[in-house]
Ligand binder design. Structure first.
Ligand code: F3S
Length: 399
């Protein structure tokens, strides 16, 4: 791989031991993928930092990098962890787990990572068209490529961490024009997508259909921000998709219009979405309702508050997951207090998928998120039911 003078110096250890290790790893991975050179990134976002997922080896590795003196070179943020960093005792998280999780956070902070603890880094810094990123959260990767036309691969957790330390990643995959072309035309005119949940089901279908390709989606007349977020999260979870081109949303979509007639075409019907829903749903009546995968926006919290207007306290455990930035804004707006007055628990920094829920006693989670429904049985042995948000609220008050 071609390296610049500065990259040679980093590799030789002149900028520090951790940086040298990071560059070596990136070069090895890049060479395996046929990259000819590295590319500077403006924002790295590391996933895989929940102690629940990485355990002792992951903790030791991150602490090792910090002890070697590793420091981030670019704006760098991190994904959710296994608990709310403040309110963890009321989540039922044990202190042994919390102590290890806080050690992970200390090491990341010492290296200069902003402890955003969210899977929605685009709410903190909006990516720009054509800029290169190194992000490790699949839902955020698909969102950045699709909605902003920024360029990032689905980096494994350690790779995004390495990219943060040297401010570069390998020039391959979604960083290259040729891999951002549409591979399949998806006509959703008849699918009846009219909510975040249905957009998530369409995303789940695409994840299964498209593999690593790029679907070009037409036929949904009006997209809302939260719908695209659910679509990207589901497509990234049920498949290895890193990008969609959505007519009316994606800045790169118009330049491919002339090529669409040459693409294989798939027409999506309501029954296709129904079959994704059926495949993911199982496990009986939900005893936990969850909104916030990916982390909920302020607008989604407002919508939930509107649906609760004039009603009392929920009769079932109802959790909402947000970033700490959105949590603080919601606090200022009185939304957190309002939701809590209905018995809803608002957690920041975490989500049920990356928290150590096994053994918490829940049997089934009811959620508007296809991604959560996909992971709950796999990660925690807990059943799932895909529901619309209004349905979740109705269910929460049922006797
Ligand atoms: Fe985020 Fe957890 Fe979903 S990290 S995308 S809320 S699985």
């Amino acid at each position: 791989m071609y390296l610049t003078r500065e990259e040679e110096r980093i590799l030789d250890g002149e900028e520090g031991e951790a940086e040298s290790l990071a560059l070596r790893v990136l070069v090895k991975v890049g060479e395996a993928l046929g990259a000819e050179r590295l590319v500077p990134v403006v924002h790295a976002h590391a996933s895989g930092i929940s102690y629940s997922n990485i355990g002792e080896p992951g903790l030791r590795f991150i602490e090792h990098l910090a002890r070697m003196g590793g420091k981030v070179r670019v704006y760098a943020t991190v994904n959710p962890i296994g608990m709310d960093s403040e309110y963890w005792p009321s989540m039922g998280v044990d202190s042994g787990f919390a102590e290890k999780q806080l050690r992970v956070l200390r090491a990341l902070r010492d290296m200069g990572f902003e402890l955003a603890l969210t899977c929605t880094p685009y709410y903190l810094r909006r990516p720009k068209l054509g800029e290169h990123l190194a992000w490790g959260e699949s839902s955020a990767v698909a969102y950045a490529n699709t909605v902003y036309g920024a360029r990032t691969n689905r980096e494994g957790g350690p790779l995004a961490l390495m990219a943060a330390l040297v401010g570069r990643t390998y020039l391959a995959g979604m960083h290259l024009d040729e891999n951002r072309r549409p591979t399949l035309l998806v006509d959703a005119s008849w699918a009846g997508v009219g909510s975040a949940t249905e957009a998530g089901l369409l995303g789940g279908l695409l994840g299964e259909l498209v593999g690593e390709g790029v679907p070009y989606i037409v036929g949904v007349p009006r997209w809302r921000e939260g719908w695209v977020k659910e679509l990207c999260a589901a497509a990234g979870a049920l498949g290895s998709l890193a990008m969609c081109l959505i007519e009316g949303v994606s800045p790169e979509a118009p330049k491919f219009r002339a090529e669409l007639s040459g693409l294989e075409r798939v027409q999506v019907e309501p029954r296709d979405l129904e079959s994704v829903k059926e495949k993911l749903s199982g496990g009986g009546e939900p005893d936990l309702l969850y909104l916030g995968c990916p982390h909920a926006s302020l607008e989604e919290l407002r919508e939930l508050a509107r649906l609760l207007e004039g009603r009392g306290r929920v009769r079932r455990e109802f959790w909402v997951g947000v970033s700490r930035t959105v949590f603080l804004e919601a606090l200022r707006e009185g939304l957190v207090e309002k939701l809590r007055s209905h018995g809803i628990k608002v957690w920041k920094d975490t989500c049920p998928v990356v928290a150590p829920l096994r053994g918490a006693g829940f049997r089934t989670v009811g959620t508007n998120s296809v991604k959560t429904a996909f992971y709950m049985p796999r990660m925690h042995g807990i059943g799932a039911l895909v529901m619309g948000l209004e349905e979740m609220v109705e269910y929460a008050f049922r006797e």
